[in-house]
Structures are given as structure tokens and as C-alpha cells.
Ligand binder design. Structure first.
Ligand code: ADP
Length: 684
């Protein structure tokens, strides 16, 4: 059952001369506590009626009411239940009213003893009612309207009104209520009460004392809160200024430098270090340091990490480690290594704060206090160093991300250059022969009377250029197949001589008989070489390209030597050496890049696509070998080396006449190989 009417209204109706005033929640709390304490401090058996708006407000005071109930058996506690509050008579009389009852908006407390009385009757101001979720933050600003007084007549009236309600909610308490009315003379007329009031022997001492204590405690709390707000504000300002300084740069070195300087200066420490490290690092090189006093610098020193138990502790816990006094800290006194370090670097107090990213250690902030006195790291300082460590972590990662972006941009630019190069080469390589072919064919078509010799020249020029175009297209396709991994490797045990013969024949076949003669070709290949394990077609391709290049870049009078020898018992090393124009040292690796040509695509006289060595590298790495170039420099000749795996169980075996599958275009033609068995055989 719920009664919608207000007890305050009923009181004002009963005593129309009363005037209400406004109270903040904190004042009502102070008054209530003082009233309760008066009961606890006194020896009288008082009547206590407390009406809480909600069960949770009662729960905060439940222990006090248990103590009050030990003093008197006339205690009535009313509240709107939320979880477990219900009608009961166990410790005191608990009276649960409905949440929509008029009492749910009111706060009452009446204390009536034979020689004193107080009451507090208040109603929460309309509009000030807040949602439960907002209660915490809004709590102190809640306002109530009502009356607080020592007046016995008013207190008795309020007690009577409240007991009348209790009688409705819990009729079974009839007898107890009657006893209260009789004991505390609540049924007496107002006149009689007034007369009694004149003789009441009120001792306000305990009440006033409690009120003052309560107000002092409140004041103390307030001062503490102000202090902590001021400290937090100071800390935030400092962290902000350091963060701004750190974030102004995208260079990790600047970030570390600024952070170490600002943090060391703000905390007035003797030494502040920031360094990068991983959990597994043995040591760190110190590059960023702030020195506050005349202490030894650690810059340039190697700072031990794995040998440092404090570092290990930070790694294990992922949290800061603070040592206030190295003399009394067992972690230091128990470690010889740490004792040496603190003595050498005069450390008295030590703080290590990890710089973490996604729970991984990426760096460390260290603060050292040096000298004779130790330093206590207060909570505010610790929070600040941690905040800076977090900022350093974020800023460093941002800087790294930016640097990666730079790398990516460079890669994109390189890709773009390659693309332009490709367009230039294909443009030149395809357009030039195409125009030549076109001119030749047009001339042949438009001039039927052309002399036969000229006709022959025209035809062979057109054919040569068609061949150049075919080579370029073929190299493109080959390289793209190799690069995309779309190549099927038909690996088998092969004799190197056979492949060499095929490669040399292919070079000869391709050589224009009217062009300058090839340089002298010399084979220095032992006869008893073991079989190699490779795809014959691709091996011939590599050999032909290397021999072709050697002939191309060596004048007619020069020499091209092909050598082969075992390298350990697992590999053969093949070398194609020439006495030609050579390669400058800084280009020895670049020559393997796609489209690399020393004289540039458009000024080439030797033909070629710039794809040959790129193709060779793809093939050789495909069978797990290596390829590299050597040269003494300009006009000192070049040597191209590559390795091929030896076929298992064939280390000393020589197969008499197995030949590689001759499906390669370069493998067609003359396959004479007798000469390749010679120890040192000039060919041609
Ligand atoms: P290309 O079709 O231009 O020969 P390659 O990839 O085979 O393409 O060679 C790339 C470049 O490496 C050549 O253009 C040349 O500048 C250089 N090069 C290759 N082999 C030799 C060599 N034996 N002597 C001197 N330079 C060479």
C-alpha cells in the first residue's frame, strides 16, 4: 500500500506557523549524523524514527542504526526497497514503503528522548530529482525544503505523524506504537507539550561537538580534493607541454631528445635516460640523456639489461619498478651487479618505466637520483613519468610509420622509374625495328625493278629486325613467367658438357656471319665433373645468355673462357670470363636489375633487351643456386659466376651420353660436343 501525501505538508498543516527553509544534501547529512551521534553518546532510551528515500541511502548508514538499536528498542527505519530491504523486526523495526509513496521524496529523522528532542523533516525540491545514473555526480547539489529544529512540540508532532504511517504499513506493530506514544507523551495536547518543552533539559553539547567534527571532516575532504585536483591539473599541463613538444617532430631522435630533456627538467632529477630496447636485448647504447647536476654522463655507454634484475622485473611484470633507497632495497643489495652499477653511477634512487606498444616492450625511461640522500618517488611523479612513457611510445611509432611511408614512397618511385624504363625500352625496341621493316617492305613493294643485291639487303635487314623484336617479346614473356612462378621445373641429372655444347651452338647460330668475328672461346671444364641437377632447358638458357653477353662486350681479338669446378661436394661453380670492356665495381649488382644497360636503352649498339641477366638470376635462384659478377673495372674484363646443385649419388659419376631435352629454342642447331671434353679447348 502506498500513501501519496507528504509528511512535511501534514506537519505544516498541523503547525501553520512553521516556516520552511532550503537545505543542501550535505547539510542534511551533517545534521542527521549529529542527531544520530547524540543518541549514541547519550544514556537515554530515545525514540528514533528515520525515513530514507531509498534502500541504498539506508545501506550507507546501516551499521550506525545497528548501534543505535543497541541503545533503545524504539527504532523505526523506513525506506523504499531496492533489493533486500523488507518489513522486519529483527534489529530495529524496518518498514518498506512503495517506491511511489509520498515518503520516497522525503527525508525525515526524529529523535525524542525524555530530556531532549530534534527533528528534521524535508522534501526534495521538485525538479531536483535526478536519474539514478546521475546520482553520483549530482548528489551534493541536491536540495531539500523543510524544517530542522530542537523544538519538542514540532518533534512530537512529526513523530506522531510518522508513527501513524507506520501503523498503516505495519498494523502488527500497534502495541509497540502505543507504547511509544505513551512513553514519549505523543498524545498529549499541544499545550501540554508546550509546557513540557519549557522544562526539557536539553544538552546540546554532544550534538554540537558531532556537528563540528562532521564539518571539519567535510572541510578536510574538500581541501584534499582541491589539492588533488590542483596536482592533477599541474600534471596534465606538464604532460601536455611535453606531449606537444614531442609531437612536433616525426624524427624519433628528436622525440627522444625532447622527452628526456623536458621530463628530466620537470622532475628535477639527476639523470634521465630514454632508450629503445626489446625484452630480449642484452644491453642498450645510451644516446639520450638529461643531466640535472654534476653527475657522470652515461651517453655513449653500453647499459646492461639482461644482467640487471630491475630490467628483468620490468619485463616480467610489464610495469614500472621504483627503488627509493638503494641501501635498504634487497633487490639492489642482493645483486653484486647492481651494487657495482649504483656505485659506479652514484645512484641513490632509481625508477624504470617501460615504454610499451601493444604490451610489447619497445623502450625504457629511467630516472636516477644521485648523491647521498635518497628520493621518494611520489604517486604524482610516477603517474607523470608513465604518461610521458606512453606518449614517447605513441610518438615513436608515429615517426616510424611516417618513415615507412617514406620508404614506401621511394619504392613506388622506383617502380615508376622501372615502368618508364620499360615503356622507353619497349617503345624503342619495338618501334625501331618495326619502322626499319616497314621501310624495307615498302621499298620492295614500290620498286619492282630494284637490283637483286639491294633487294637481298632489304630482305635480310627486315629479317634481322623481326628477329630483334621476337627476342624482346620472348625475354619479356620468359621473365614474367619466371617472376610469377608459373614455370614448371623438369629437374633431372645432366652432364654440364652437353648443355655447354648446346649453348655455344646457339650463340654461334645467332651470330651474324657478316658481323665482326666472335672472340676466341675457350673451355676449361674437367672431364670427370659430376652430373648436375637442373632443368636442361633453363641451364642452356643461362649459359647462352652469359656467353652471348661475354661475346657481345668483348672485341674480336679478345677471349671468352668458360670454366667449371666443384665447390664442396654439393655444388658446381661455372664461370664465364671475358677480356672485354668490364663492369665498374659499383655496378656489379645493378647489372642484374631488369632493363639495366650501361649505356642506356637508346644508345645501345650491341642489341639486347637488358633482361638477360635478370632472367639468369631468376633461373639460378630457382634451382637454389647463386649468381654474381666480378670485374677489375673498365676494360679489365668481367667474370660471371653461378652455382648448380650436384645430382645426388653422382659426385664421381659421368654419364657417357645423356643429353638435355632439346626443347629450348636456344638448344637447336649444332650439338657437337667432342671438344667440351678437353681440359683446355679453344673453340672455333
Ligand atoms: P642486355 O640485353 O643489355 O645484354 P643483360 O641483362 O644481359 O642485358 O645485361 C645487362 C647489362 O649488363 C648489359 O647491357 C651490360 O651493360 C652489362 N653486361 C652484361 N654482361 C657483360 C659483360 N660480359 N661485360 C660487360 N658488361 C656486361
Amino acid at each position: 500500500m502506498s500513501i501519496p501525501t507528504s509528511v512535511l505538508e501534514e506537519l505544516l498543516h498541523a503547525l501553520p506557523l512553521l516556516r520552511t527553509q532550503i537545505y543542501f544534501k550535505s547539510s542534511l547529512t551533517a545534521l542527521s549524523h549529529a542527531m544520530e551521534d547524540q543518541v549514541l553518546a547519550g544514556a537515554d532510551r530515545a525514540l528514533v524514527i528515520a525515513c530514507f528515500q531509498r534502500e541504498r541511502f539506508y545501506r550507507q548508514e546501516a551499521h550506525r542504526y545497528r548501534r543505535i538499536s543497541n541503545k533503545t528498542d524504539q527504532v523505526y527505519v523506513l525506506a523504499a526497497p531496492e533489493t533486500e530491504f523488507q518489513n522486519s523486526s529483527q534489529i530495529q523495526e524496518a518498514i518498506a514503503f512503495e517506491p511511489d509513496d509520498g515518503l520516497a521524496k522525503e527525508w525525515h529523522l526524529v529523535v525524542l528522548a525524555p530530556n531532549y528532542s530534534t527533528c528534521l523533516v524535508c522534501r526534495e525540491k521538485e525538479g531536483a530529482v535526478v536519474k539514478p545514473s546521475e546520482l553520483q555526480s549530482m548528489d551534493q547539489s541536491r536540495r531539500f525544503e523543510g524544517i530542522w529544529t530542537f523544538d519538542r512540540q514540532v518533534s512530537s508532532t512529526v513523530a506522531r505523524l510518522l508513527l501513524e504511517r507506520v501503523r498503516v504499513y505495519r498494523p502488527e506493530l500497534e502495541e509497540k506504537i502505543e507504547r511509544a506514544i505513551a512513553t514519549y507523551r505523543l498524545s498529549e495536547s499541544d499545550k501540554a507539550l508546550e509546557a513540557a518543552a519549557r522544562f526539557q533539559d536539553v544538552d546540546p553539547g554532544p550534538f554540537v561537538q558531532r556537528l563540528v567534527t562532521y564539518l571539519q571532516a567535510g572541510q578536510h575532504k574538500l581541501v584534499k580534493t582541491y589539492r588533488s585536483i590542483a596536482a592533477q591539473e599541474r600534471r596534465e599541463r606538464l604532460v601536455n607541454s611535453i606531449t606537444t613538444a614531442i609531437r612536433q617532430s616525426l624524427n624519433p631522435a628528436d622525440i627522444f631528445q625532447v622527452a628526456v630533456r623536458e621530463l628530466g627538467g620537470a622532475l628535477d632529477v639527476c639523470r634521465c635516460l630514454i632508450y629503445r630496447c626489446k625484452a630480449t636485448d642484452q644491453e642498450a647504447a645510451i644516446a639520450y640523456e638529461f643531466l640535472g647536476r654534476s653527475v657522470k654522463s652515461l651517453t655513449g655507454e653500453v647499459w646492461p639489461l639482461q644482467e640487471n634484475p630491475l630490467f628483468q622485473e620490468v619485463v616480467a611484470s610489464g610495469e614500472r619498478v621504483a627503488v627509493e633507497n638503494i641501501r635498504t632495497d634487497s633487490r639492489i643489495t642482493g645483486s653484486k651487479r647492481l651494487m657495482t652499477l649504483v656505485q659506479e653511477w652514484e645512484i641513490q634512487s632509481w625508477l624504470m618505466v617501460p615504454v610499451l606498444y601493444q604490451n610489447q616492450l619497445v623502450g625504457m625511461v629511467e630516472l636516477h637520483h644521485c648523491g647521498c640522500e635518497y628520493r621518494e618517488w611520489d604517486a604524482e611523479e610516477l603517474t607523470m613519468v608513465e604518461a610521458i612513457a606512453t606518449q614517447v611510445g605513441v610518438a615513436t611509432l608515429q615517426a616510424e610509420a611516417y618513415a615507412n611511408l617514406g620508404d614506401l614512397n621511394e619504392q613506388l618511385a622506383a617502380l615508376d622509374r622501372t615502368r618508364s624504363n620499360l615503356i622507353a625500352i619497349t617503345g624503342h625496341e619495338l618501334r625501331t625495328p618495326l619502322s626499319t621493316i616497314q621501310v624495307c617492305l615498302e621499298s620492295l613493294a614500290s620498286d619492282p625493278d630494284m637490283p637483286p643485291e639491294l633487294r637481298q639487303v632489304m630482305l635480310s635487314t627486315a629479317l634481322d629486325d623481326a628477329e630483334r623484336m621476337r627476342t624482346l617479346v620472348q625475354d619479356f614473356l620468359t621473365l614474367s613467367r619466371l617472376e610469377s612462378g608459373r614455370v614448371e621445373w623438369n629437374t633431372e641429372a645432366l652432364p654440364l658438357h652437353e648443355c655447354l655444347s648446346l649453348a655455344i651452338s646457339s650463340v654461334r647460330t645467332r651470330t651474324n656471319p657478316e658481323a665482326a668475328a666472335l672472340p676466341t672461346l675457350i673451355l676449361e671444364v674437367p672431364e670427370d665433373l659430376p652430373l648436375v641437377r637442373a632443368d636442361g632447358e633453363w641451364l642452356v638458357e643461362v649459359l647462352s645468355k652469359l656467353i652471348d653477353n661475354a661475346c657481345k662486350f668483348t672485341p674480336s681479338g679478345g677471349k671468352v673462357t668458360i670454366l667449371a669446378q666443384t665447390r664442396g661436394d654439393r655444388e658446381l661453380e661455372v664461370k664465364v670470363a671475358d677480356t672485354g670492356r668490364g663492369i665498374s665495381r659499383d655496378r656489379l649488382e645493378t647489372v642484374f636489375d631488369r632493363f639495366y644497360q650501361e649505356e642506356g636503352a637508346l644508345r645501345r649498339s650491341t642489341g639486347g633487351t637488358g633482361l638477360g641477366l635478370a632472367i639468369c638470376r631468376q633461373i639460378v635462384t630457382g634451382w637454389g643456386g647463386q649468381i654474381w659478377a666480378k670485374s677489375g673495372g673498365k676494360d679489365c674484363g668481367s667474370q660471371f659466376h653461378f652455382t648448380i646443385p650436384i645430382a645426388p649419388d653422382s659426385a664421381s659419376e659421368v654419364t657417357p651420353n645423356p643429353s638435355p631435352r632439346s626443347k629450348s629454342k636456344s638448344s637447336k642447331g649444332d650439338r657437337s660436343s667432342g671438344s667440351s671434353r678437353n681440359r683446355r679447348t679453344p673453340i672455333g
